[in-house]
Design a protein around this ligand. Structure first.
Ligand SMILES: [Ca+2]
Ligand SMILES: [Ca+2]
Length: 479
């Protein structure tokens, strides 16, 4: 009997509440950042809004090219109907991939105008203070608006942005406001608010002392959902450059996969080597991690031994030598398949990018140093005799080294292709002279045919200008 009474009372309460409560509109989707790392929100991206029905609240769409709106449309509220204590509001959800300080630019109601309700902006329930920027605009004679600017520190993950009006415009005695668009950008970006010129990311990390060194903290977009930021070196068998990111996920990622985007500013067009201290791709314990440069996948060659973190995560050094154009290049480290335990598993510690003629044994402690030469090697490759790429050495394989070299004062250098056993004893070599001029880049060529081949053999290329300087100028083949 008691239960029935409570049930009846609850039902009655629900019925009363449904009469006085504001009705709920359908949910939208969580907005991801653009590839440049900012969020652009239009009124069509609203995740949730309240209203009293079809005619009150943020329900009035105005569209047309003549209004000068972002996307040619906006959403307005223009009603005398009291919304109750919740006010009228719209909400957006964004998925923050890089935690940090952001600037929020809103193109909406002009707070302080007597023909507009004072509008408030909240992030995760915290009221932001904002300031007006630039001139007023009008949509008809009803909605006055402008740009408004606020700043906020955003944590990783889903954040809720609320745009609220809970009082009337002074002159019209209406709940009166509009929303056109919002742009949320990392605070270090430079951007003049505009509906036509979208923000672009600032220059990437550049070269210092001739090379670029990027740690996991330099990530621009982090889509390793649920990653860990590890901070130990040694006690679990791992050795990092300071810290490292670890991904270990059972859940499948979205269509883009689990990825980390880095941005580097290449100083001049040329041939570069990218060294990664990261997941050991060929190992069954690890996902087959990929590296993409400006969206194009690149093959990497492993170097040195495996490093283990406990008995679970294996990683090591790997490199790729490739031509890069001057300017900002996006380097993506991607995991989109599973290891033998059906997990998306990867480690990212650091990355070093340098001109390919630099001499450097991969190391967490010793940084690359520019070779002291009086010539510049602007491109270099070891290829098959027909110019196609080499995966590995084999008996009878004809290979050649080609380079484009500029000398400071002209002269002669020699290009050497040297064939080694796995124990670094030399098997054979070829040597070709190359005459350089100060004005015209020289094209150097050395050819070599692999004979007396054994498993584990490798070939290195060198440039030799005199007895004091014998410089290896490329990663070797098969090692
Ligand atoms: Ca709009
Ligand atoms: Ca690191």
């Amino acid at each position: 009997m008691k239960v029935k009474k409570i049930l009846a009372l609850t039902l009655a309460m629900v019925m009363v509440m449904s009469l006085i409560c504001i009705s709920v509109n359908a949910s939208g989707s969580v907005i991801s950042p653009s590839s440049d790392g900012y969020f652009w929100l239009e009124e069509t991206d609203i995740y949730y809004k309240n209203s009293t029905g079809n005619s009150d609240g943020f329900v009035k769409t105005v569209s047309g090219e003549s209004y000068g709106l972002s996307g040619n449309s906006m959403l307005g509220c223009n009603t005398a109907v009291d919304p109750g204590e919740d006010g009228y509001y719209i909400e957006f959800k964004i998925d923050v991939k890089v935690a940090g300080d952001y600037t929020l630019w809103l193109r909406g109601t002009k707070t302080g105008h007597n023909q507009a309700s004072p509008a408030k902006i909240y992030i995760d329930g915290n009221l932001l203070s904002d300031e007006a920027y630039g001139a007023d605009g009008w949509v008809g004679s009803t909605f006055v608006y402008g740009w408004r600017k606020a700043t906020a520190t955003l944590e990783l993950g889903e954040r809720t942005i609320k745009y609220l009006i809970d009082s009337k415009a002074a002159t019209t005695s209406k709940y009166q406001a509009m929303f056109d668009c919002m742009c949320i950008i990392p605070s270090e970006y430079t951007w003049e608010p505009s509906i036509t010129e979208k923000p672009s990311a600032p220059d990437g990390d550049g070269f210092t002392d001739g090379y670029a060194w990027l740690e996991e903290d330099d990530v621009v977009v982090n889509a390793w959902t649920g990653y860990k930021h590890l901070d130990y070196s040694g006690d679990k068998g791992g050795a990092f450059s300071d810290k490292a990111f670890l991904l270990n996920q059972s859940a499948a990622p979205g269509s883009d996969g689990y990825y980390l985007d880095f941005r580097v500013k290449i100083p001049e067009t040329g041939t570069y080597t990218i060294w990664l201290h990261a997941t050991k791709s060929e190992h069954s314990n690890a996902s087959n991690a990929k590296i993409l440069v400006d969206g194009a996948e690149k093959d990497t060659t492993p170097y040195g031994g495996d490093v283990w973190m406990g008995s679970t995560y294996v990683y090591g050094w790997r490199s790729v030598t490739l031509d890069l154009e001057e300017g900002n290049r996006n380097i993506r480290y991607l995991i989109n398949d599973t290891n033998s335990s059906s997990k998306y598993t990867g480690v990212f510690d650091c990355m070093c990018i340098m001109p390919s003629y630099y001499v450097w044994e991969p190391s967490l402690t010793t940084r690359p140093v520019a070779p002291e030469t009086d010539y510049i090697v602007s491109s270099f490759a070891i290829t098959k005799a027909d110019d196609s790429a080499i995966d590995a050495l084999s008996e009878g394989l004809a290979i050649k080294a080609s380079a484009k070299i500029t000398a400071a004062e002209g002269g002669t250098v020699k290009i050497i292709l040297a064939h080694y056993r796995a124990d670094k004893s030399i098997v054979d070599f070829s040597i070709e002279p190359c005459t350089l001029t100060a004005e015209i880049p020289g094209d150097a060529l050395a050819e070599y045919t692999v004979t007396d081949y054994e498993a584990g053999d490798f070939v290195k290329a060198f440039i030799w200008s005199d007895f004091e300087t014998l410089v290896p100028i490329t990663a070797s083949i098969s090692k």
